[in-house]
Write a protein that binds this ligand. Structure first.
Ligand code: SAH
Length: 453
């Protein structure tokens, strides 16, 4: 087998990035855009010793699990991987993936995985989008989405996962730049001004935020652009973010207020949250409420407990739990997020919470060793890479009765649960997958561990 060979293959399963997997004499091929059940003609793009990558050229027989995707760009854009799979099958696939990771990586023989909590309407759920700006081959100013694994922009302002307001906001910005001759940033030369537009909507209040990420300190005629943007119903926050570095990281550290507030206010359950451009906030508010309610139920609070929440962001989960606990302490690494968390506590009149700025893997061991802190319940919600070893180690020494682990990556969840359950210290009670990211290969989980030692 060599590059560019054309082969016929039956797709049997799905890989962790949503790609179809089929085998030829036991040799696996990973095929982007192919789905389990497809009989496909594929072209080899990269041949390795034990596996190969291939491109879907032609569907010979379509899988019965295919559904009509809503977005015409779904194959070119890197945002969605499994839009062509029926939603029911997406949920089935995600449940299988969680189970398999817990068996293969976590070493659990029969992991207690519940059916995935799905969405009634699995489109237009995202409250946040980051649109890059650039020029296409013909030199036209464009915005849209990065094609998978690249930085070439697939033009498009009408994302099937995003909110309808995005389109008007983006077109207002494009028109303005064309009129005023404002250049988009060019990664190759490091010249040009506008890099990205970060757009957020608070679903509960309808408030809209626009944050323009610029390679400079100011934006020409910004008050004129601001007037146009504030004609869009819901607009309450316009800011600039300065990012002059030659980097893939979208946001810089400095926020310059332009008009309105520097945050928008959203509500989950009966808690209000103010969200700044630099703070993490879950992207799917409908599912976030299900996620937090599950975390609350798993925490099993009676009002007497001390809870520590690591990786707490703007304090969303901490505040969600606070009314049912004696005291909640959150730890978070981003300074603006900690400011948001403190402000959010005050906004909701919640006084039994405290937030600490720093790395969870440093703050927790220090507080445990120096101040002898205790926790009845610990909640962790780390980024994709999971919990740091120093964190897990301290958790094992602190021995909280319950650990609620919220995770956006089943592989690192499985790795960390294995460590916490080693030598029978903790027992895995249940894992609830929540579909926070329909049409993509991602899946969020809440796991409950109870102390046995
Ligand atoms: N629980 C929150 C945030 C979860 S996202 C929510 O549901 O909204 C993970 C958070 O961990 C982010 O806010 C990120 O800034 C933070 N973080 C990343 N690495 C960290 C570390 N080493 N220590 C503490 N917080 C960290």
């Amino acid at each position: 087998m060599k590059k560019n060979d054309l082969l016929q293959i039956k797709i049997e399963s799905m890989g962790s990035a949503g790609e179809g997997i089929g085998k030829i004499d036991g040799y696996p091929l990973f095929v982007k855009d192919a789905l389990p059940g497809d009989l496909a003609e594929v072209r080899l793009t990269k041949v390795k010793k034990n596996y190969a990558y291939a491109r879907l050229e032609r569907l010979l027989e379509a899988s019965p699990d295919r559904a009509k995707p809503r977005c015409p760009l779904h194959r070119r854009c890197g945002g969605c991987q499994i839009q062509a799979l029926s939603y029911e099958k997406q949920l089935e696939y995600k449940e299988t993936k969680v189970r398999e990771d817990l068996i293969r990586i976590g070493g659990f023989a029969d992991p207690p995985v519940l059916p995935v909590l799905g969405m009634e309407e699995p489109y237009h759920y995202r409250n946040k989008a980051q649109f890059p700006f650039g020029r296409d081959r013909e030199g036209r100013l464009v915005t849209g989405f990065y094609a998978g694994r690249t930085h070439s922009i697939v033009p498009g302002t009408d994302c099937a996962l995003g909110v309808p307001e995005n389109q008007r906001i983006l077109e207002t910005i494009l028109d303005f730049m064309n009129e005023k001759g404002i250049e988009p940033y060019d990664e190759k030369t490091g010249k040009g001004l506008l890099r990205h537009a970060l757009l957020r909507k608070a679903f509960a209040t309808g408030e809209l935020m626009v944050c323009l990420v610029i390679n400079g300190k100011s934006f020409p005629d910004i008050s004129e652009l601001s007037d146009r943007l504030f004609e869009i119903p819901g607009m309450t926050s316009l800011t600039l973010n300065v990012n002059r570095r030659n980097t893939n990281v979208i946001l810089g550290e400095e926020i310059i207020p332009v008009r309105g507030q520097t945050f928008i206010t959203d509500r989950i359950g009966d808690i209000s949250y103010q969200i700044s451009p630099l703070s993490f906030y879950q992207v799917n508010p409908v599912q976030t409420e299900k996620l937090y309610r599950t975390a609350l139920a798993y925490a099993g609070l009676t009002g007497e407990e001390t809870v520590w929440e690591l990786y707490c962001g703007i304090g969303t989960i901490s505040l969600f739990l606070a009314r049912n606990a004696r005291r909640v302490c959150g730890v978070e690494i981003v300074p603006q997020a900690v400011e948001d968390a403190r402000r959010n506590a005050a906004l909701n009149g919640i006084t039994n919470v405290e937030f600490y700025l720093g790395k969870a893997e440093e703050v927790l061991p220090q507080k445990y060793e120096k101040d002898g802190i205790q926790a009845d319940v610990m909640v962790v919600d780390p980024p994709r890479k999971g919990c740091d070893a120093a964190c897990l180690d301290t958790m094992l020494r602190m021995k909280p009765q319950r650990i609620v682990y919220v995770s956006c990556d089943p592989a690192t969840l499985a790795r960390d649960l294995k460590i916490l359950c080693a030598d029978g210290a903790y027992e895995l009670q249940k894992v609830q997958p929540v579909d926070m990211f329909p049409q993509t290969a991602g899946v969020e989980n809440v796991a409950l561990l109870t102390y046995c030692g």
